[in-house]
Ligand binder design. Sequence first.
Ligand code: ADP
Ligand code: ADP
Length: 237
Amino acid sequence: MALVSLRNVTKSYPSAERGGDRVVAVDDVSLDIESGDVYGIIGYSGAGKSTLVRLVNALEPATAGSILLDGRDLTQMSERELRGIRRGIGMIFQQFNLFEQKTVAKNVAYPLEVAGASRAEVRARVAELLDFVGLSAKAKNHPDQLSGGQKQRVGIARALATSPRILLADEATSALDPETTHEVLELLRRVNREFGVTIIVITHEMDVIQSIATKVAVMDGGRVIESGDVFDVFSNP
Ligand code: ADP
Ligand code: ADP
């Protein structure tokens, strides 16, 4: 059974203009993401990628169709169950979204504190995660003292704090130079290999998909216009 399964998912929004047609952000999308995949979703700006992320992350309900996680339909879940689903999905972002007022250690500790971990658990887990991302020496620094790549490594450590099964990377390398992008992608590859975390990579950059993803869905105008193994999709004339 697929870990994430979208079946004819559509999301539309009311038009900004009075009486205008609804804006269809995601249009009849079906796709399956298997546990352990590094699954790329590529498309130009406005293709519907971020909307798709919000649907999978249960931040918004679909207008039509169903989204199954482990075969369970999100639309059938209570708000309490949806909160559990959200905790099982880590997110990293283009602008990192770190807490600027908190130290690196406190940024990573935050999801653990929210989840009610003990002080000892937080301390041990933060140490382990900072070691994993190679930032133990920066524990007491603030984000404004870090490079972009270091900030994203903190973002990854924070996203992994509660041991999610899925990591959603939304344009996570789009603010980084090519070398730093390469380092961050290498780290994501380790997250996938060493922890078996399923990674969904949202990007407009073909290089990113070719460097890290095994499967890809190409979005345009809210639709998936092609999907499959990266090699097959991109070797088509
Ligand atoms: P991408 O992430 O690929 O750039 P989005 O999912 O952000 O694409 O947007 C897809 C389309 O849906 C765009 O036309 C966008 O303007 C529209 N859209 C996204 N979110 C909303 C919203 N909350 N209200 C109205 N329209 C939206
Ligand atoms: P505080 O003033 O609350 O100690 P810190 O930023 O030093 O703030 O730490 C935030 C959290 O991260 C605390 O729960 C602490 O246990 C943990 N922590 C701090 N420094 C380290 C470190 N070097 N290694 C592991 N955990 C740390």
